[in-house]
Design a binder for this molecule. Structure first.
Ligand code: SAM
Length: 239
């Protein structure tokens, strides 16, 4: 984490409301921006997340911060016997997700990742995609997912990470801090949301530090792998 307050990021006590308002505003163009920014690669990462959830047939999956539901839909596409619930803070994101894949449905539930409205050990696995940068307490978010997963079940996290390779890191920063806000401004009309995005990634723990936070939240056998030239990290651990 950068120990300095960022001029772009909201103070912690305002972050939850800031994040919700931001996603409500960009919801109509969220999916399109994802496809453009990731050159269409995000589908592959979501598939990896679902596979790492190691669900049995008919298993129960909680997709925390489901947004427009892409991980939950991918899980159902891979195995229609799964029982999936998607939860999110922002109703507008879920409104754009509901019904977007004909033939695949799951309940969208409004709720907070830091106080999941489920009993202990309700699910076989819990996952989140591009959420952890947005919460005020990462350890608590993992602890909540660990709580609602049965013993032996998986918790999986997909997030952006900034690459370390010297030349590529500089190029990626140019893309992420300059081009993405421009593109986001044009596509969604909300340049500030796509300025928040790279700054929130900059303030987010490095992959090894995130693995330690997962372990501190009670998960064991924590591992991670990097994708997309080290710009995406997928972590997983077992309860
Ligand atoms: C970048 S989007 C990711 C959506 C989806 N998981 C995906 O992979 O496309 C982040 C989502 O996290 C949600 N979110 C942020 N903070 C949250 C919280 N505390 N509890 C639940 N959802 C939250 C936002 O509303 C938003 O829909």
């Amino acid at each position: 984490m950068s120990g300095h307050p960022s001029p772009v990021l909201p103070p912690p006590d305002e972050k939850r409301g800031y994040v919700r308002d931001m996603f409500a505003a960009i919801a109509p163009r969220y999916d399109l921006m994802n496809r453009l920014m990731t050159l269409g690669r995000d589908g592959a990462w979501r598939r990896t997340v679902v596979k790492l959830c190691a669900l049995p047939r008919g298993g129960r999956l909680l997709d925390v911060a489901t947004g427009t539901g892409d991980i939950a839909y991918e899980a159902l596409r891979l195995d229609p016997t799964l029982r999936v619930i998607g939860l999110d803070l922002t109703r507008e994101m879920m409104l754009y997700g509901r019904g977007k894949r004909p033939g695949l449905t799951f309940p969208f539930t409004e709720g907070d990742a830091l106080a999941l409205p489920f009993a202990d050990a309700t699910f076989d696995a819990a996952c989140s995609g591009f959420m952890m940068r947005n919460v005020t307490d990462i350890r608590l978010a993992f602890a909540e997912q660990a709580r609602v997963v049965r013993p032996g079940g998986r918790v999986v996290c997909l997030e952006i990470t900034l690459p370390r390779t010297p030349v590529f890191a500089a190029l990626f920063r140019l893309y992420f801090f300059k081009l993405v806000p421009l593109l986001g401004g044009v596509i969604s009309g909300r340049r500030e949301a796509y300025t928040y995005l790279p700054h929130s990634a900059l303030a987010f723990p490095r992959p090894a530090a995130l693995a330690e936070i997962m372990a501190a939240a009670g998960l064991h056998d924590v591992h991670y792998r990097l994708a997309m030239l080290g710009t995406v990290a997928i972590h997983w651990g077992t309860k």
